[in-house]
Design a protein around this ligand. Structure first.
Ligand code: SF4
Length: 221
């Protein structure tokens, strides 16, 4: 990454981490995706085990190749609704049970400069677990997901992240949404729409329950 851009992102991350602190959330910054992996494992290692960890659909975390490393940690049981061989019903049941996992690892679709987390879910299990249930939530967020404010964040998710996620999931899940045709969100009411639940996390009732790992490199969408 271009050095001045990385410097700007590091400075901005420092500002966002302070804002997260005011909202009783924790944050840390690492320059690269490779370092993000080690940082997630470090934060996970601070929690007393044994631990169950629920896997959420996340391109950011998937890109790090992190799930296998989490599963390999001593005392950690990875609850993986994406494990090969699981039926749709078994996957759905694991997502439901995941609301009571010890730890949830995911990303956030966007983060504002004042530390608010903005997300759009298809099923809602990811945002539900971010809000309540797991004792710890670790979010890996590339600095490409920073938005000026909530409206800009929602705009980013609607015009970019959601259509991109349709491209990612379209074939595997047999999606038939209009964004698959032209890459634009039509705010559709399609049968297979994946944009059903918005959440804006303004703060945490339990101090540092949510830890955001900000990453200097672009990660996910
Ligand atoms: S609301 Fe519909 S058109 Fe818009 S991104 Fe979601 S699935 Fe695609």
């Amino acid at each position: 990454m271009d050095a001045p851009v990385l410097k700007q992102r590091e400075k901005l991350a420092g500002h966002i981490i302070k804002q997260l602190g005011k909202r009783k959330m924790a944050g840390s910054f690492v320059p690269t995706a490779a370092e993000a992996k080690a940082e997630v494992l470090r934060v996970l290692g601070l929690i007393e085990g044994p631990l169950s960890v629920i896997r959420c659909g996340s391109e950011s975390v998937g890109n790090l190749g992190l799930w296998a490393d989490i599963a390999a940690q001593p005392g950690v049981t990875l609850m993986d609704p994406y494990a090969p061989g699981l039926s749709k019903e078994e996957g759905a049941e694991l997502r439901r049970q995941g609301l009571l996992a010890d730890v949830l690892v995911a990303s956030s679709n966007a983060i504002t400069m004042d530390g608010r987390l903005v997300n759009l879910d298809g099923t809602g299990n990811r945002v539900a677990g971010m809000i309540f249930g797991p004792r710890k939530v670790i979010l890996v967020v590339g600095m490409n997901k920073v938005a000026a404010d909530v409206e800009s964040a929602k705009d980013r998710v609607r015009t970019f992240a959601a259509p991109a996620n349709n491209m990612r999931l379209g074939e595997a899940y047999g999606l038939k949404n209009p964004c698959l045709e032209d890459g634009r969100c039509h705010q559709c009411m399609s049968e297979t729409r994946i944009c059903n639940v918005w959440s804006i996390i303004e703060g945490s009732a339990v101090k540092d329950r949510i830890h955001v790992v900000l990453v200097g490199e672009d990660l996910g969408y």
